[in-house]
Design a binder for this molecule. Structure first.
Ligand code: ASP
Length: 410
């Protein structure tokens, strides 16, 4: 399908989904199966895509010193942009003080974070490996899959001819999966429509949504404003100055991925579309997109980290707890780590927020105040997560080409 036509149809799908969910409310839950089919078709591709992408990506980078440098640039980009995002979140929440005039009315720990109190930095580190790869695949635990495939791909490059043949096999797998993504995208406009309409419908339609929004509206606006500053100012400036690309064109070419992320609230489920848009529409080199994007969808979450910082400060403000410079620095570090630790699935950020709250001694009950509209903010932050990953792919691609290939191997 022509790229522009697909884009317009997807945007129409989202708008129609909002309209129908808004007006018809719970009735729209009847189309949720269509949305789930779209989501599941994408998810179905994620495991083979991650494995083949990481293997092809790492073997495409060449010798181990280049891999090291590219890896370092990628991680530096991830950490720096996530840190900046959290900084923007903190700045906004200090300026706008959304929690100053609100009283906490929830005294229960929400079920999805109850029992998660023990999550800490060591748990995040532990999640890099898994005792059973099949279990990880079955439960969409992507991080161990990435680690395994990276090491597996690196080892294949040292095995001579047989290794090359194995890499060629995964290369073909990857190409075939990307063709399947292409096919699924024909279904995307209907899929995004159904996802949005049924979700907004399940939340009770437009009126109920507005009521919920009114209760903690200033908080929602603070999050959205901060996400916008990072997404519309910071990332495009980085993209422009490092790669010389036109941010508007890059954004437009990426729109199918951004609309998918908004509809699915999952970076991992969006990954197939993100790779397709980066490679085909934006001509980011295959090795850079295959290396950076799966990693990014799993560990680089600008939106999630920013959101967690704002949310934690909002809870502190509601409780009247003074957060000094030292506490905010702790929020900065732990929210960055929480972004890394959050899985690319819906509302994962709520769970890793426990770590940030505990680091500054705030009660978990505060999360209850955020629940009613989290499904919406989740979509907004996931879209920024995917935008951040995609800018990262272009940045790493350019630096790789300009500085590593041309500059030799020193
Ligand atoms: N839903 C987000 C993502 O998939 C994670 C989160 O913030 O909950 O990127």
């Amino acid at each position: 399908m022509n790229n522009n036509r697909l884009l317009y149809l997807m945007i129409a799908g989202i708008l129609l989904g909002i309209l129908c969910g808004w007006v018809f409310g719970k009735t729209m839950e009847s189309v949720s199966w269509l949305g789930e089919m779209f989501l599941d078709s994408l998810k179905m591709l994620v495991v083979p895509l991650i494995i083949s992408s990481m293997i092809v990506g790492i073997s495409g980078l060449g010798d181990i010193r280049k891999v090291g440098k590219t890896g370092l640039i990628t991680l530096t980009y991830f950490m720096a942009t996530t840190g900046i995002a959290v900084g923007i979140g903190l700045l906004m929440v200090n300026l706008l003080e959304p929690g100053a005039t609100i009283e906490i009315t929830q005294d229960k720990i929400p079920t999805n974070v109850a029992g998660k109190e023990a999550i800490g930095i060591t748990d995040i580190l532990k999640s890099f490996v898994s005792p059973n790869l099949i279990h990880s695949m079955a439960h969409m635990e992507i991080l161990p899959l990435i680690v395994f495939s990276l090491v597996f791909g690196a080892v294949l490059t040292t095995l001579g001819e047989p290794g090359k043949q194995a890499i060629a096999f995964f290369d073909t797998v990857n190409t075939a999966i990307m063709k399947m993504v292409h096919l699924i995208m024909y279904f995307a406009p209907i899929g995004v429509f159904a996802l949005i309409a049924s979700k907004l419908g399940a939340a009770g339609g437009g009126e109920l949504f507005l009521n919920e929004l009114a209760k903690i509206g200033k908080y929602a606006w603070t999050v959205i404003l901060a996400l916008l500053v990072h997404g519309v100012l910071v990332l495009p400036v980085i993209l422009y100055f490092v790669t010389g690309r036109n941010p508007l064109v890059y954004f437009k070419n990426l729109a199918p991925a951004l609309t998918t992320s908004f509809s699915t609230a999952s970076s991992s489920a969006t990954l197939p579309v993100t790779i397709e848009c980066a490679e085909k529409n934006n001509q980011v080199s295959r090795k850079a997109s295959l290396f950076v994007l799966p990693l990014g969808a799993t560990v680089n979450m600008n939106g999630t980290a920013l959101y967690e910082a704002v949310a934690v400060m909002f809870i502190a403000q509601m409780l009247g707890v003074e957060m000094g410079f030292a506490e905010q620095m702790i929020v900065l570090v732990t929210a960055t780590l929480a972004g890394i630790g959050a899985a690319g699935i819906p509302e994962a950020g709520l769970v890793t927020m426990v770590m940030v709250l505990q680091a500054v001694g705030l009660p978990l009950e505060g999360i209850g105040m955020l629940l009613s509209i989290d499904w919406f903010l989740d979509r907004c932050r996931t879209t920024l997560n995917v935008w951040g990953d995609s800018v990262g792919a272009a940045v790493v691609d350019t630096i790789e080409k300009k500085w590593i290939e041309k500059g030799g191997n020193d």
